[in-house]
Design a protein around this ligand. Structure first.
Ligand code: HEC
Ligand code: HEC
Ligand code: HEC
Ligand code: HEC
Ligand code: HEC
Ligand code: HEC
Ligand code: HEC
Length: 387
């Protein structure tokens, strides 16, 4: 009797294995039949369109809502992260509330701004200089946990479009408007200069790039705008991943987690926005002024912890990339240090001063930068002179 069952089971197993093999062969064949867009360009495209169904080789974006279905926890965590609120349009009621009806004295030579919102949008005026002439404010960068800075896109005869970074920002610590930390560029030359600092070209595009998942500046608008640093900004367009996951197959690794995903790739990803040494001048790298604490990857890369741990230390060693730092208890950060700097461990040195507590305060102190409401922890982990 038992033997019959075993035979039956073995038979079934063989069928399942054979079906799987067929399926994956089919998948392979489908992949190889796919037409690359490049191939289409080099020949007459209509020839293919009539005979073969065109499958785009490049996956497309599906939006973060789609991820919730299968990755509920990461979806929930990301919802509370600063990455979820880095960019919005000024018709957002929260932004209107921060500015409309207020006034702000930017001092000479700029004058006093007054703000109003109507169905056309959010506007600033400088009554003493330009009377009733409104200046349109289009986009808001930064989250309500820190600071919010407004950005306008303007036509320019030569360049097509330029951006104006408004001179007043909203700060969460006091809920008031204060000066946006901007470089000093001399006296205003055009009316727009009275309202803010002008950015053009690469700088303008990167400003939008770092704060959004997608979007291109075309004329005075951002088209295909997907605001905020969402799942697909880091993981890439996920349509193929979702399609394959829905087809009840184990989806092939498509982003982080794939074989060539290593420490360097991760620091490159985070550093793309949080800055890398290549984006900092040599003088600053040498002198390491306090302001560099804002650029965590720059500090981390010069720490002994990084240099001497053979590629084991990366951002996600201490940060779940989906969870906001503000939700992480202090003990958790401490534990990250102790995991490597265990007392009585032959592998790493331990602290002769305080082997079990206070690591962050002494070795990664928070540094307040002038004009900002948030401070930054110096990620150049080291023994500070004053200790
Ligand atoms: C229909 C379910 C489903 C949806 C929707 C889905 N995933 Fe997945 N995802 C999976 C499965 C299954 C795995 C594999 C889990 C494993 O191997 O343990 C996975 C794994 C991953 C991984 C791990 C690394 C890798 O490349 O495999 C990432 C990153 C990921 N998904 C991102 C996303 C993002 C971003 C979205 C939304 C755009 C998304 N997923 C939507 C089912 C889904
Ligand atoms: C596309 C640009 C971009 C990338 C890539 C990026 N960040 Fe950010 N990150 C931002 C911006 C913009 C903010 C500011 C959010 C705000 O306004 O508060 C931020 C804020 C943060 C914060 C503080 C806010 C919070 O809620 O904790 C942490 C921590 C952080 N990022 C870690 C990371 C890590 C780790 C990576 C890599 C896995 C990464 N970031 C990749 C743009 C990026
Ligand atoms: C290279 C990528 C990058 C560029 C370019 C960039 N940002 Fe950011 N921005 C970040 C990151 C990362 C953070 C979070 C860490 C920080 O505050 O420095 C941030 C934070 C902010 C904040 C929140 C500050 C706070 O204290 O909460 C504002 C506001 C902001 N950026 C506005 C702008 C504006 C306006 C521009 C363009 C003129 C711009 N950013 C260009 C990456 C960038
Ligand atoms: C700032 C970049 C960034 C954003 C935004 C981001 N991720 Fe990730 N994600 C990462 C990194 C880096 C890892 C690898 C972490 C590691 O190696 O420990 C990861 C790992 C994952 C994994 C596999 C490991 C795990 O935690 O299960 C999944 C699934 C995933 N992310 C889904 C998502 C989803 C869904 C969203 C949006 C709701 C999202 N991610 C947003 C950077 C990001
Ligand atoms: C992945 C393991 C790892 C982690 C996590 C880690 N370190 Fe280190 N750290 C090292 C290594 C390796 C060295 C070089 C000395 C040694 O071998 O122990 C080092 C050196 C140091 C030094 C001496 C630096 C110098 O310039 O002399 C200090 C201070 C330090 N770590 C503090 C910390 C603190 C604080 C944390 C947590 C925020 C931390 N480390 C997290 C691996 C790590
Ligand atoms: C050894 C642990 C460790 C590593 C590695 C690490 N961080 Fe941090 N990070 C911290 C701690 C601790 C804080 C402060 C948390 C708090 O506010 O209590 C922090 C805070 C931050 C913040 C919030 C602003 C600030 O500076 O206080 C950002 C953004 C950030 N880290 C980005 C990164 C990025 C990007 C990387 C990778 C290049 C990275 N971190 C690697 C420990 C680490
Ligand atoms: C009160 C400040 C303070 C606190 C808290 C503190 N340290 Fe230190 N740490 C120091 C000083 C000062 C030195 C340099 C000691 C010396 O050179 O004699 C040091 C040295 C170190 C070293 C280098 C040791 C060596 O032999 O090169 C490591 C690693 C280290 N600390 C890790 C940590 C860790 C991990 C924590 C938390 C568990 C921590 N420290 C807490 C002040 C502190």
């Amino acid at each position: 009797m038992n033997r019959v069952w075993i035979l039956l089971f073995a038979g079934l197993l063989a069928i399942v294995i054979a079906m799987n093999a067929l399926q994956s062969r089919d998948a392979k064949r489908r992949d190889s039949e796919r037409i690359e867009p490049k191939a289409l360009l080099s020949t007459d495209p209509t020839r293919f369109l009539t005979t073969v169904e065109f499958t785009p080789a490049e996956p497309t974006y599906v939006g973060r809502e789609v991820c919730r279905e299968c990755h509920a926890e990461n979806f929930r965590l990301h919802g509370n992260h600063g990455h979820k609120s880095t960019f919005t349009t000024t018709d957002d009621p929260e932004i209107i509330e921060m500015f409309a009806g207020k006034s702000y004295d930017a001092g000479e030579p700029y004058g006093t701004y007054t703000y109003h919102a109507d169905e056309e949008g959010l506007f600033a005026r400088i009554p003493e200089k330009f009377g009733d002439q409104p200046f349109r404010l289009n986009y808001a960068l930064g989250s309500a946990d820190g600071a919010v800075t407004l950005l306008s896109l303007m036509p320019d005869a030569e360049l097509g479009t330029v951006a104006i970074e408004h001179r007043a920002s909203w700060f969460s610590d006091t809920g008031e408007l204060r000066p946006t930390p901007l470089e000093n560029t001399g006296p205003p030359k055009t009316p727009a200069d009275f309202f803010g600092l002008r950015h053009e070209g690469e700088v303008m595009h990167k400003c939008v790039y770092c704060h959004t998942t997608r979007g291109r500046i075309v004329d005075q608008k951002i088209v295909d705008l997907v605001p905020n640093v969402n799942c697909e900004k880091c993981h890439g367009p996920a349509s193929e991943h979702v399609r394959q996951a829905r087809a009840m197959r184990v989806p092939p690794k498509f982003s982080v987690g794939r074989d060539d995903w290593d420490t360097e790739s991760e620091i490159q990803l985070c550093g793309d926005c949080h800055r890398l040494p290549v984006t900092v001048s040599r003088t600053k790298l040498r002198e390491y002024p306090d302001e560099l604490s804002r650029f965590q990857p720059v500090g981390l890369l010069r720490s002994k912890c990084f240099v001497e741990s053979e590629g084991k230390l990366k951002c996600s060693t201490c940060h779940n990339p989906h969870e906001t730092v503000t939700a992480v208890p202090k003990e958790k950060h401490l534990q990250n240090c102790i995991d490597c700097h265990l007392e009585d461990s032959p592998q790493h040195v331990a602290c002769p001063v305080s082997p079990r507590e206070g690591c962050i305060d002494c070795h990664m102190p928070a540094i307040e930068l002038a004009g900002l409401s948030v401070s930054f922890h110096d990620h150049w982990i080291r023994v500070h002179q004053e200790e």
